[in-house]
Design a protein around this ligand. Sequence first.
Ligand SMILES: *[C@@H]1O[C@H](CO)[C@@H](O)[C@H](O)[C@H]1NC(C)=O
Ligand SMILES: *[C@@H]1O[C@H](CO)[C@@H](O)[C@H](O)[C@H]1NC(C)=O
Ligand SMILES: *[C@@H]1O[C@H](CO)[C@@H](O)[C@H](O)[C@H]1NC(C)=O
Ligand SMILES: *[C@@H]1O[C@H](CO)[C@@H](O)[C@H](O)[C@H]1NC(C)=O
Ligand SMILES: *[C@@H]1O[C@H](CO)[C@@H](O)[C@H](O)[C@H]1NC(C)=O
Ligand SMILES: *[C@@H]1O[C@H](CO)[C@@H](O)[C@H](O)[C@H]1NC(C)=O
Ligand SMILES: *[C@@H]1O[C@H](CO)[C@@H](O)[C@H](O)[C@H]1NC(C)=O
Length: 502
Amino acid sequence: MATTVLFILIASFFVSAHSLLEPTDQAFTSVVISRQGLDFLKDLLTDKAISSIIPLKLPKIEKSVRIPFVGSVHMVLSNTKIYEIDVSESYVKPGDTGIVIIVSGATCNLSMNWYYSYSTWLVPVEISDTGSASVQVEGLEVGLTLGLENHEGTLKLSLMECGCYVRDISIKLDGGASWLYQGMINAFEDQIGSAVENAITKKLKEGILKLDSFLQALPKEIPVDDNASLNVTFVKDPSLSNSSIGFEINGLFTERKRDLVRKYQSANTQPSVFCPDSSKMLGIALDEAVFNSASSLYYNATFMRWIVDKIPDQSLLNTAGWRFIIPQLYKKYPNDAMNLNISFSSPPAIRIAENDIDATVNVDLIIDVLDSSEVIPVACISLVIRASGLVKIAGNNLAGSVKLNDFTMSLKWSNIGNLRLYLIQPVMWTIIQTVFMPYANSHLGKGFPLPIIHGFTLHSALIVCSDSRIIVCGDVAYKESNNFSQLLTHLVDKRRLPLLDV
Ligand SMILES: *[C@@H]1O[C@H](CO)[C@@H](O)[C@H](O)[C@H]1NC(C)=O
Ligand SMILES: *[C@@H]1O[C@H](CO)[C@@H](O)[C@H](O)[C@H]1NC(C)=O
Ligand SMILES: *[C@@H]1O[C@H](CO)[C@@H](O)[C@H](O)[C@H]1NC(C)=O
Ligand SMILES: *[C@@H]1O[C@H](CO)[C@@H](O)[C@H](O)[C@H]1NC(C)=O
Ligand SMILES: *[C@@H]1O[C@H](CO)[C@@H](O)[C@H](O)[C@H]1NC(C)=O
Ligand SMILES: *[C@@H]1O[C@H](CO)[C@@H](O)[C@H](O)[C@H]1NC(C)=O
Ligand SMILES: *[C@@H]1O[C@H](CO)[C@@H](O)[C@H](O)[C@H]1NC(C)=O
């Protein structure tokens, strides 16, 4: 079933007419579900579909037949139920015409009651008999062709073809004078066969409709925190190759509840996913622009500024601690408390290269003296900090950390005359290492969610940094009790079977 798509996410900001006109349909994140991933989803959905289909009741079958010397015989098969379906073989194959799913060689077991009545000229009373029967359907084949396309930023799933075919049926009667009627009952084979075919086809059609509503209801944004969301709008039709399905999503950070129009240029027209280990189910490629959109967003949210009034070496927050480094500071404000007002002077720039992530951060550090509750800015030092990044997977999040490579500094302004920067350098190094880096890492440690549907968890993931993108390759596991399983449970609504009686 349609399934595969279920991987992709999400959310619900309207695609306004205006944004449709903008050339913003560039993809910065690509997701590829490999053959292994498709098989995993196919098996998951097949299991779920079967458990939601059975027990499946079939309509009552009645027939009157004239039999020579006996007369008119009335035969009824009732209470017919499919109570087991076994699938021995199935496969999924994306292709030009859609996603084809074939279940072949399935068997299903049915139970039913049979009833016969007739009267003959030999015996003038009506003769009737009744019993139960078990029916085995062999060689059940089900084929589906699903269309998957981008419809205004969400995925639209459609059933293009659906067929169900029963090859062979064997019926075994119990109770009554069953030996007598076995032969006649066999005349029902075709009718039972088409009842099974029709019932399963109808269930599958209902199931696909539900799956489609589920996909269309997926949000176009995933919240990251109070201020930021990831835009997971689909920007193109999924690409179906003969062994995988690829999805292109916008992938950039956006401000929550507000429309930001930003222009990002991707180095590549679209990030391509290449997993070194081809046995992984899923690959997600994130362009450098995704990280830079996060950086720009948090920068604008004035999130990247803070006042430091506690540091591991607290003596650096008193002018006495700077006595030998900036003597004039101590002279002017002896033994006064200090704080550091740190702000980013531009959004951190992130560059991803082969096996390497670099961040360049421009920071203004203002030294404040606290003189009897008055805050007096005395000097501002501009820092250019170069750090290298590491990324890791934390649950379904991509998290990171940075470590300091080097930094340069310059005096931006001063109210206390010139500063000897070479003396300040070691102090700055300490402040960056003990204040700045831990602060950055406490934020990066949480990470942001990868576009994976709730209920699926990423495991055995590996991360590759290549030219201007990060690629996450991994397997997924599925855990019950969430929206997705609710959907599957209701894939076939057992309460609503208007056409089927008994
Ligand atoms: C999300 O991405 C889509 C497709 O690129 C774009 O049209 C839309 O404007 C974006 N939404 C926001 C809030 O940026
Ligand atoms: C269903 O039928 C198969 C034969 O087609 C048989 O092996 C199996 O035991 C049956 N299952 C049940 C639960 O009756
Ligand atoms: C899939 O397509 C590639 C070329 O695009 C071809 O080399 C390969 O044999 C195909 N595989 C199957 C299973 O059809
Ligand atoms: C951040 O602010 C600058 C200048 O105000 C603006 O050009 C840019 O679009 C903003 N970026 C985001 C992500 O809001
Ligand atoms: C959201 O932004 C506001 C200021 O714009 C800030 O106070 C708050 O801490 C931010 N929250 C998060 C979770 O980033
Ligand atoms: C910190 O410095 C900025 C200028 O970089 C200034 O606008 C802000 O008011 C200062 N904050 C405090 C609390 O001194
Ligand atoms: C998924 O679950 C959440 C809370 O558990 C609920 O708010 C949301 O409406 C559900 N979504 C769907 C599509 O059922």
